[in-house]
Design a protein around this ligand. Structure first.
Ligand SMILES: Cc1cc2nc3c(=O)[nH]c(=O)nc-3n(C[C@H](O)[C@H](O)[C@H](O)COP(=O)(O)OP(=O)(O)OC[C@H]3O[C@@H](n4cnc5c(N)ncnc54)[C@H](O)[C@@H]3O)c2cc1C
Length: 238
């Protein structure tokens, strides 16, 4: 089977790429070893549309701002629920409180020019707005959002399916032959797919996939903490 573009990975990144390509006259295939789209890291997504993404001079930071602006339109077109809200960077001790004006200054300089309002709020307003948060004050950054990430993944998938994108789910890419004018993709199912271009959207496994195509790079992994408050119950995970 021959395609113009094969995308390896049907996480939110692979699906968004397929969604964009579905607007053009190109034959697109998405391959994923999971049996459902978005069953990699994307299934754990908290759905936060970020503004602040340090380091501020990074591509990640630039794309966070550009991507943030695109979400309202995308959510409307795909009928996905989205809610806009602001983020509070809370000063929990005296050290944090002393640093608050400097944090405001930096964030306002970086994000103010992009139209995201940044301001300092005092303990009274903080308590009024978030009675369960213990803090001496906060920097508020407007322009954040929360999107229903399950709806997003399933609607991206539905749009792609309806607009001619093929999916090979439950199919792991195990090897590749790079020829002069196309690439042959070898899978665990014994079959092979041919494509003029291949997009590596394999997330945490993208370096392994790249190696199959003769490209070598290393990913640095990080680990963070996520704390969800819901109806007074507090669930924690990493
Ligand atoms: C708990 C948690 C909360 C998060 N919250 C947020 C948030 O609020 N806001 C935010 O912006 N980000 C958040 N993130 C990060 C976000 O979820 C990820 O950045 C995003 O989902 C990555 O998408 P992806 O498409 O790159 O990767 P994935 O979703 O992992 O997709 C990669 C796909 O590639 C497939 N694949 C890999 N190797 C192969 C192979 N050899 N053959 C075939 N298929 C293969 C995998 O099966 C997988 O489906 C969170 C992450 C976690 C873990």
């Amino acid at each position: 089977m021959s395609y113009d573009i094969a995308i390896i990975g049907s996480g939110v990144i692979g699906l968004f790429i397929a969604y964009e390509l579905a607007h053009y006259r190109v034959r697109v295939l998405v391959i994923d070893r999971e049996v459902e789209p978005g069953f990699g890291v994307s299934k754990g997504h908290a759905g936060v549309i970020h503004v602040v993404q340090p380091p501020f001079n990074s591509l990640r930071s630039k794309l966070a701002v550009e991507g943030n602006r695109m979400y309202d339109d995308i959510a409307e077109r795909l009928h996905v629920r989205i809610r806009r809200l602001s983020a509070l960077l809370v000063a929990r001790n005296l050290g944090h409180l002393i640093a608050l004006p400097a944090v405001w200054l930096i964030l306002n300089r970086v994000y103010g020019k992009h139209g995201f309002r940044v301001r300092i709020i005092g303990p009274r307003e903080l308590h009024r707005r978030e009675p369960n948060v213990n803090g001496l004050g906060a920097v508020e950054v407007e322009g954040y959002g929360v999107i229903n990430s399950f709806e997003l993944v399933s609607q991206l998938y539905n749009f792609c399916k309806l607009n001619g994108v093929d999916f090979a789910l439950g199919t792991e890419v195990r090897g590749a032959k790079v020829l002069d004018d196309e690439v042959v993709i070898l899978t665990n199912r014994g079959g092979e797919y041919r494509a003029k271009y291949v997009v590596n959207a394999a997330g945490l496994y993208s370096a392994d996939v790249a190696r199959l195509f003769g490209d070598e790079y290393r990913l640095e992994f990080g680990k963070g903490g996520l704390c969800l408050f819901s109806g007074g119950a507090n669930r924690q995970g990493t």
